[in-house]
Design a protein. Structure first.
Lengths: 459, 459
């Protein structure tokens, strides 16, 4: 292992330019969930490819898929050294409710050393850290301590619809010794975290149809099933008052967490009271007998993400609506299988659909839950890199979020996955006023640079 | 009683002009529920006033209220004859979902002798019948067989917010021997109905607040109350699987219907199977032991009119939303009291609000249920007028709808109410593609003209 700080001067000298480039990247509205933004997906992919070419990455390609393109590039001149695959995503979440944004979501602005924009933290800002780290090393040394392959997709926020097939089809090209992903949050401000487990995801849209058209609630109310009532009845049957999911067999495959792991969670001394205050809720809520960390890391959930039907305008309209709709998703933990859970939900809906209503469902894309061993040398090297950049010990944790593609990577390429996040929990990802702390942007680049030196002789 | 058909020639000669005038009236988007349409409310009131002046009605005034103006006019030269008060409303329901309209809601079009536009049936078309009936008589005879007072409001679709106070404040001016309203439907095509009972109305908006902002369902799901789940739980607790309302004491004041009245309902031989087919529902739904007519005429309901919260766009967004909302209304029957019912719902919500959620409610305007004796001479006269115009016997029925103001009129003015409707059940009132059968527009004018002759010596 070598120590080197020469690239840090380069980073300081080029910081303003780097931030201007990041602003350019963030100003592309690459919302994968909305088909009207299709042209922006290509634009963001081309922008990323150009950013790789500019810093000396080779074999850069924008590779078409049946959905949004994948950006690939590599630098493989470190003979005899390990090869690292870097993954990220250039697509972002939708921005609604737009009126709650204090600055326009695609007009990035730096306020108090935080950059505000959709995608600032999830994932453009974190993805850009890796590009700028490689630039710093290549510009300073003309070489890298390890071989790198970079692979950025544009469909992470919609379940990596086509990326799964991409990985399988490009297995040889993507072959590596370790996968590095920065698409997660630190444990707390100033407290880096390496994540060794993620929850899986599955879900569906539920559409309830009643009468052929909206009806007058006075003339028909009481004699015709109201689709909103039917939907409410179906949804309410899925969860009890204690927050436990009542889908038959939902918890059957949930792996028990060892007392050792629960003890590790407790040692993090998570402040539930503080979280409650920050979120401005009267109290936290969830399965009793489980702490907040356990509820979000090792317990599965079923959440209604959206519901709509009937009149929603100002005032009142006495309508018995024709339709009602909801979107639900589950977060899954080992060893739950997304397909199995979705089928259980479907059977539950079939059994609980009340008379006079017809329900159709559309499945969302899913991802399996994932856990990786945390004593792997590639992960321990990450701990040392964080210590170098942040001056503190990193913690090894799980996350309640999902990166479904991680499970595919690990299975198809059969390599360890190192999740080195630089986001923070309160950066409003998936919500209005998303932002990214530039302090972690700066330290993140140093952490990643240092990681390649740490990794050089570790694998 | 005199018989007269001389005005019918006038009606034939002027039919095209009358329809052009109706189109003008219908093209004013006087949606009382949406504040952006405030100027259109004044526009519709002024249009109505001018229509009254044109036909020789006197003392025409557009009277400002704290809300939308009231249009008043009278003709009181039939000395010694009864005075009839005619009520209608120039405001209309909102038009969403707009994309389901086959012709623009405020660009009236006549297709197959039906006029399509928002308000065509409810209530502009029916209200216009009265104006044109008076025109026909005044133009043909230069006089009327009875005295008339006309009073049209602009807030019926939002609960007659300020009209209640208006009636009380103008008690003397509105004094009459009978109130005539055409704002209801016939029993079936070609089968006129005189309505002797209406359901009352009350309701509220329910707003559920959870965390201060939208949260990532992966990072927080399982540990924070989801406002949509909380709302679903509250709403589902209000109705059981059989469609019975489970609000404590909801049915306490419901007056039992006599076996004689139920027998009268049965004699109407209502075709439930046909209704089910027309609405394209798999089956009808409601309280067992009650027929469809009973469920909609003499049983109270609680309906969710709208629900919204979280993500409703294309695709999926894994959000744990900050807020969820619903609008509910109850149809009430004698002797339920709207204020009592709303308070019971409020207490129910208070008792059923789950932890981690804060609920606020906003009451909608309400109206009491109303029943009028159907052997009153003014009502029997209406039966004869219908027989004259339609050549069939009218039926005496109740309606599931609400005209809250009817109860106020009856209480404040202490007069019988004759509800002579010319709409049809399938004319999509409160829904896309509202329309009005011109056959009933034509026969409606003759019915009303004849009614004034029938009434002349009845009271």
């Amino acid at each position: 292992m070598r120590l080197s700080t020469h690239y840090e001067q380069f980073l300081q000298n080029n910081r303003n330019r780097h931030l201007e480039e990041l602003k350019q990247f963030l100003s592309i509205p690459s919302i994968s969930a909305l088909s009207e933004h299709k042209p922006n997906m290509v634009q963001a992919a081309e922008w990323t490819a150009e950013a790789l070419r500019q810093i000396g990455i080779e074999n850069v390609q924008v590779i078409p898929t049946e959905g949004n393109p994948v950006v690939y590039g590599d630098w493989l001149k470190a003979e005899g050294k390990p090869t690292s695959l870097i993954y990220g995503h250039y697509d972002v979440q939708p921005v609604d409710p737009l009126h709650l944004w204090e600055t326009p979501p695609f007009e990035p602005e730096i306020i108090e050393n935080k950059i505000f924009a959709r995608g600032a933290s999830d994932n453009k800002g974190q993805m850009f850290i890796h590009i700028k780290a490689l630039e710093a090393l290549l510009a300073s040394d003309g070489t890298l301590p390890v071989n790198v392959k970079l692979c950025f997709e544009g469909e992470e926020e919609i379940g990596s619809v086509h990326f799964d097939a991409f990985i399988k089809a490009h297995k040889e090209r993507l072959a590596a010794d370790v996968l590095v992903i920065s698409d997660s949050v630190m444990y707390a401000k100033g407290k880096p975290a390496i994540i060794y487990g993620l929850r899986g995801l599955c879900g569906m849209q539920i559409d309830v149809k009643g009468p052929k058209g909206d009806l007058h609630s006075g003339l028909y109310g009481g004699a015709v099933q109201n689709p909103i009532h039917a939907l409410v009845q179906i949804l309410d049957s899925m969860r009890n008052k204690q927050g436990e999911i009542t889908i038959d067999g939902f918890y059957d495959q949930v792996r028990n967490v060892s007392e050792e792991e629960r003890e590790q969670f407790r040692s993090l001394q998570f402040n539930e009271e503080q979280m409650s205050q920050e979120l401005q809720v009267t109290e936290l809520f969830g399965e009793k007998d489980y702490s907040v960390l356990e509820r979000t890391w090792v317990r599965p959930t079923l959440e209604i993400n959206g519901i709509y039907g009937g009149f929603k305008g100002e005032g009142n309209k006495t309508v018995l609506p024709s339709e009602a709709h909801a979107k639900i998703t589950c977060r899954l933990v080992p060893d739950q299988d997304p397909d199995d859970i979705v089928e259980r939900i479907q059977r539950h809906i079939d059994r609980h659909t009340p008379p006079g209503a017809v329900v159709t469902t559309t499945r969302f894309d899913s991802g399996k839950p994932f856990v990786t061993p945390f004593d792997h040398p590639a992960i321990q090297a990450a701990g040392r890199a964080y210590r170098y950049a942040y001056g503190v010990e990193a913690v090894y944790i799980r996350s309640g979020g999902s990166i479904p593609i991680v499970e595919t990577f690990a299975t198809v390429l059969n390599i360890p996955v190192v999740m080195m996040g630089f986001g923070l929990n309160d950066e409003n990802i998936h919500a209005p006023n998303e932002h990214f702390h530039l302090d972690n942007f700066d330290k993140g680049i140093i952490t990643v640079c240092q990681y390649w030196f740490e990794l050089e002789d570790s694998l």
